[in-house]
Design a protein around this ligand. Structure first.
Ligand SMILES: Nc1ncnc2c1ncn2[C@@H]1O[C@H](COP(=O)(O)OP(=O)(O)OP(=O)(O)O)[C@@H](O)[C@H]1O
Ligand SMILES: [Mg+2]
Length: 447
């Protein structure tokens, strides 16, 4: 492994250069060196370096200038600035310009080894995440739908076929599986895509309101109808009507809707003028309609009218291989929205997400990613960032709450330079409690 890693050392001081080269070669890495910025810029194009050690203070072309050039040409290459005690501020400046870390002179071989291992580990995560990102951007995406699994690829093909014909479609799938996104994709791919996409959640209205929501009403048609209103059937003209939660429609409404769909005309509540139907119909339910029919809660004739074409949307658990892709997709979105510097997800965290049951399907994963990004402490999401998923499932919990608390407090203390008052404030506990926790967890400042 180490033998394939290419490292470049750039420093004008021969002693620093030679010792770095010596130690790194001992670690089994391939090492090249340059005596200054100009020479460095000349050789970075010869081989793609994984890691570059770059002295900040050099005569001629400075370390900062090399950094900018290097990151411009090879953004994946890791850069560690070498700095003297007096120039920490410049190092901070360099970090802002994309340097990944810095090393202060003088340093010990152990320090170097740890740093290199840490950075290479990060690079591995970044490379893996870049691969996922590429997949999200490519054939694993259809409209807004992400999915590389065979069942999703099959669904994408079906959507493509179904979109071309005008027949009613019934979407079946558990909560949060993406029924509405699929409906939108069908609309966006079909001949009515320039018309409106009008959703209505049939479960959200009491019976009398649902009627006027769907068909509209004329002024004065019932108490409170102070003006005429168009219904969703009318607004959807030329486009697509999406009847969501179709299983919640009361039986009497089912009769009315069935008649309208058969006669292809309707009129507003309290109105007489007939309006022709001109939309594509997509409906959706998480219920098993066959069972609803058996139990007399759903009309069979209405069902036959709705499900000329039926699409089944798989649960997230049935397509576990899509979890890393979706996680990456949501990570990218929430990072953009929150501006949090979260660079990626550790492989162990992805494994953990794969082991979870996801009763809320993609919506639950979306919410979990948002929460993890918002609360993230580090640059990479790890297992602990998803611990909340397993609360209340103690037997399956892969790490203890105590361990989490210990880490959290340790991190805050480090961040505050062990200023107890400040840390207590950040943790929102009092100083005595903090002292007790420090004792309990045997925390102490690291050197
Ligand atoms: N394949 C997917 N790729 C990307 N995002 C998805 C995918 N499937 C669902 N989502 C997202 O998950 C969330 C839930 O999707 P949607 O509302 O379409 O599900 P639903 O099946 O209609 O859920 P419900 O039954 O609760 O109404 C949305 O934010 C949607 O953008
Ligand atoms: Mg929905």
């Amino acid at each position: 492994m180490a033998g394939r890693i290419k490292i470049l050392v750039v420093d004008d001081e021969i002693i620093v250069r030679e010792s770095l080269i010596g130690w790194l070669k001992k670690g089994g890495y391939q090492v090249d060196s340059a005596e200054g910025g100009r020479q460095a810029l000349g050789i970075i194009d010869e081989r793609e370096y994984d890691l570059v050690f770059l002295d900040i203070m050099m005569p001629g072309v400075s370390g900062l200038e090399v950094l900018k050039e290097l990151k411009g040409r090879y953004p994946q290459t890791l850069v560690v600035m070498i700095t003297a005690y007096g120039s920490v501020e410049t190092a901070v400046e360099a970090m802002k310009n994309g340097a990944n870390d810095y090393l202060m002179k003088p340093f010990e071989p152990e320090q170097l080894t740890l740093l290199v291992e840490k950075l290479l580990q990060q690079k591995k995560i970044l490379d893996e995440n870049a691969l996922l990102r590429e997949q999200v951007a490519s054939r694993s995406r259809y409209q807004d739908l992400v999915g590389a699994s065979a069942c999703m690829q099959k669904l994408f093909n079906l959507i493509e076929e179904v979109a071309a014909v005008d027949a009613p479609v019934l979407l079946r799938g558990a909560t949060g599986t993406g029924k509405e996104l699929v409906a939108k994709a069908i609309h966006a791919k079909g001949p009515r895509r320039f018309g409106p996409f009008i959703p209505i959640n049939c479960g959200a209205f009491p019976e009398n309101l649902l009627e006027s929501e769907l068909f509209g009403h004329e002024m004065g048609s019932f108490t409170g109808a102070t003006r005429a209103k168009k219904g969703r059937l009318e607004i959807a003209q030329g486009g697509t009507l999406f009847l969501d939660e179709i299983g919640e429609i009361p039986l009497k409404m089912q009769v009315d809707l069935l008649r309208v769909l058969e006669q292809k005309v309707f009129h507003r509540v309290g109105g007489t003028g007939s309006i022709p139907l001109d939309f594509r119909l997509i409906s959706a339910t998480h219920r098993d309609l066959a069972k609803e029919i058996e139990q007399g809660r759903f009309r069979q004739d209405f069902y036959f009218r709705l499900n000329v074409i039926e699409l089944e949307i798989p649960t997230l658990k049935e397509r576990g291989e899509d979890i890393p892709l979706l996680a990456q997709h949501f990570l990218d979105r929430f990072r953009r929205e929150t501006n949090k510097p979260v660079a990626g997800i550790e492989a162990a965290a992805l494994d953990l997400l794969g082991s979870y049951a996801w009763p809320g399907n993609v919506r639950e994963l979306e919410n979990a990613m948002e929460r993890a990004v918002v609360l993230a402490k580090g640059r990479y999401l790890n297992k602990r960032d998803f611990a909340f998923l397993f609360r209340g499932e103690a037997p399956d919990m892969p790490f203890s709450l105590e361990e989490m608390e210990r880490n959290h407090i340790g991190q805050i203390l480090k961040q505050c330079g062990w200023n107890i008052s400040r840390a207590a404030q950040l943790l929102e506990i009092n100083r005595t409690t903090l002292h007790n926790k420090i004792k309990k967890y045997e925390l102490r400042p690291s050197k």
